[in-house]
Design a protein around this ligand. Structure first.
Ligand code: CU
Length: 211
């Protein structure tokens, strides 16, 4: 079992490295067991690629960036399956790990609402719970509870659907996204990497989708 997991991990790294060889990866990415890219600045740590069935989250301004997603007609940010913010997608029945990629800031993953189809209109000031709700199953009302820096929680994607999600602490700073739970769902295009000198508190253009 451990051997199998190890092999999957190595395969994932191989894919990530070959996918990055087009010029996205900074020089000096190790081909061995190292998951961490060279830091872009003193206190920023970028994960090379997330393990399968993992969502990484942090503030868009911590490094994940934001993307104006055409399919959802909305600005998505703060959550990724790869390197940078993007629409997330997994098959039903997947037990995923939500990992806080931040080195210093706690985050949550809460379901904001359940959608029937695009577009994703994010409500202005939804009430998102800091306490855990939903018994580890992603559905309306689910809340992960506080996930401290570097920590993870798991959640079962029990039901097919489209879920708007957000961080209870940083929804207003652009931490909201869409998870598609569907057999054929695929993660969306990723945000563009941020410049190395970036603000840490100023939200980027989050007004573009608001009425
Ligand atoms: Cu947050």
């Amino acid at each position: 079992m451990n051997k199998k997991l190890f092999a999957v991990g190595i395969a994932a790294i191989g894919i990530a490295i070959s996918a990055c060889s087009g010029g996205m990866a900074p020089a000096g990415v190790a081909t061995g067991e190292t998951y961490v890219l060279p830091a872009l600045d003193a206190d920023l740590q970028m994960i090379a690629v997330l393990p399968k069935d993992t969502i990484g989250e942090e503030l868009p301004s911590e490094g994940l960036g934001q993307i104006k997603d055409e399919k959802w007609e909305a600005l998505l940010g703060g959550f990724t399956q790869q390197h940078y913010s993007e629409q997330l997608a997994f098959p039903p029945g997947t037990k995923i790990t939500i990992r806080n990629l931040s080195k210093s800031i706690p985050h949550t993953l809460d379901v904001v609402k359940v959608l029937a189809k695009p577009p994703a209109a994010f409500p202005k000031n939804p009430k998102l719970s800091i306490k855990p709700h939903g018994h580890g199953r992603l559905e309306a009302g689910y809340a992960s509870g506080v996930i401290n820096p570097g920590k993870s929680v798991t959640v079962l994607l029990a039901k097919k659907g489209i879920y708007e999600i957000g961080c209870a602490f940083h929804y207003g700073e652009g931490m909201h996204d869409v998870i598609v739970v569907n057999k054929y769902g695929r993660h969306g295009p990723q945000a563009t990497p941020l410049p190395t000198s970036r603000p840490t508190t100023t939200p980027t253009s989050r007004s573009s989708y608001e009425p």
